[in-house]
Write a protein that binds this ligand. Structure first.
Ligand code: NAD
Ligand code: ZN
Length: 251
C-alpha cells in the first residue's frame, strides 16, 4: 500500500499535466455498488436500451421505476476518500482534470468545478426532455410519476420523452464531453485509471489514447483489466486507502 502511495507521489511530482479517469470503483466506498457487484441493483436487471426507451411507454415507466428505486437506496451517498483526494489534487494544480464514467454526481459534491470535470455518461441527478432539451428536477418527475400510478410524465412544453440525464446503451455519446475527454487524454503526460474495469466503450478508449500520445499510464483497480500490460504501474489496493493521504495537504 505504501508503495502505491509512494509511486503516485513520485509520478505526480514528475507530471506536468495529470488526468484522472474514474469509474464505479471510486464510489463503492460511498455505498454505491459498481457494475459487477453480485446482487447489486445494476446486475439484477438488463439495462434498458435507448431505442426501447424511445419506442415504448412501458420501457420509460420501467426505467423511471428503477431509477427511483436506486435513488432511494443510495440517497445520502457522500463523496469518499478518493473523491476528496482528487478534488484536493485539482485545487493544488497537481491534477489537470477528471474524466468520469460515473453518473452519481459525487465529484461535484466533493467540490470539483465543472470546468475540470468531464462526465462521459452524463449525470443522474437531474432529467432532460429528449426533444427540446428542457431540464427537469428529479423531484418534479417523481411527483408526477407517483401521482400517475407509475406513468412517466412527458415534457409539458413539447410532449417529448423525459429521461434521466445519463447516457443509455445505444444512445449517442455527448459530443462536447467526448471532445474534452479526447483533448485531456491527448495532452496529458500522466493518466490515472481509478476503479474502472475498462470494458465500456468508447470510454475505455481514452487510456489508450493517452498512452499512444506518450502519457504514463497508471491503473488502480482491484481486479485486473485488459490494459494492465500497457500500464507503467498497476495497483490492486483499495482506492480509498491509497488516495486517503492525498486528501491532506502534507503529502
Ligand atoms: P465497473 O463496475 O465495470 O468496474 C469497477 C471496477 O472497480 C471493478 O473492476 C472493481 O474491481 C473495481 N473496484 C471496485 N471498488 C474498488 C475499490 N474500492 N478499490 C479499487 N477498485 C475497486 O465500472 P465502470 O468501469 O465504471 O463501468 C460501469 C458503467 O456503469 C459505467 O459506464 C458507469 O456509467 C455505470 N455505473 C456508474 C456508477 C456510479 O455512478 N457510481 C455505478 C455503477 C455503474
Ligand atoms: Zn420538451
Amino acid at each position: 500500500l505504501k508503495t502505491a502511495q509512494q509511486e503516485l507521489t513520485a509520478l505526480f511530482a514528475e507530471a506536468h499535466h495529470a488526468v484522472a479517469f474514474t469509474g464505479a470503483g471510486l464510489s463503492t466506498e460511498c455505498g454505491i455498488p459498481d457494475f459487477r457487484s453480485p446482487g447489486g441493483l445494476w446486475s439484477q436487471n438488463k439495462p434498458i436500451p435507448f431505442q426501447d426507451f424511445l419506442a415504448h411507454r412501458a420501457a420509460r415507466n420501467e426505467a423511471w421505476r428503477r431509477k427511483f428505486a436506486m435513488d432511494t437506496a443510495f440517497s445520502g451517498a457522500l463523496p469518499g476518500r478518493g473523491h476528496v483526494a482528487l478534488a484536493r489534487l485539482l485545487e493544488e494544480g497537481r491534477l489537470a482534470g477528471i474524466i468520469t464514467q460515473n453518473i452519481d454526481g459525487l465529484h461535484q459534491a466533493s467540490g470539483v468545478p465543472d470546468a475540470a470535470l468531464v462526465e462521459l455518461h452524463g449525470n443522474g441527478t437531474y432529467a432532460t426532455c429528449l426533444d427540446c432539451g428542457r431540464r427537469y428536477e428529479l423531484a418534479w418527475v417523481r411527483e408526477r410519476f407517483e401521482a400517475a400510478g407509475g406513468e412517466a410524465p412527458d415534457c409539458p412544453a413539447c410532449g417529448g420523452a423525459v429521461k434521466s440525464a445519463t447516457i443509455s446503451f445505444g444512445q449517442a455519446m455527448p459530443e462536447q464531453e467526448m471532445a474534452r475527454a479526447a483533448a485531456l487524454s491527448e495532452d496529458c503526460d500522466l493518466f490515472i485509471v481509478l476503479g474502472s474495469s475498462l470494458v465500456v466503450y468508447p470510454a475505455a478508449g481514452f487510456p489508450l489514447i493517452a498512452r499512444r500520445n506518450g502519457a504514463r499510464l497508471v491503473i488502480l483497480n482491484r481486479e485486473p483489466t485488459d490494459f494492465d500490460p500497457f500500464a507503467e504501474f498497476v495497483a490492486r489496493d483499495d482506492i480509498g486507502d491509497v488516495l486517503a493521504p492525498f486528501a491532506c495537504p502534507a503529502l
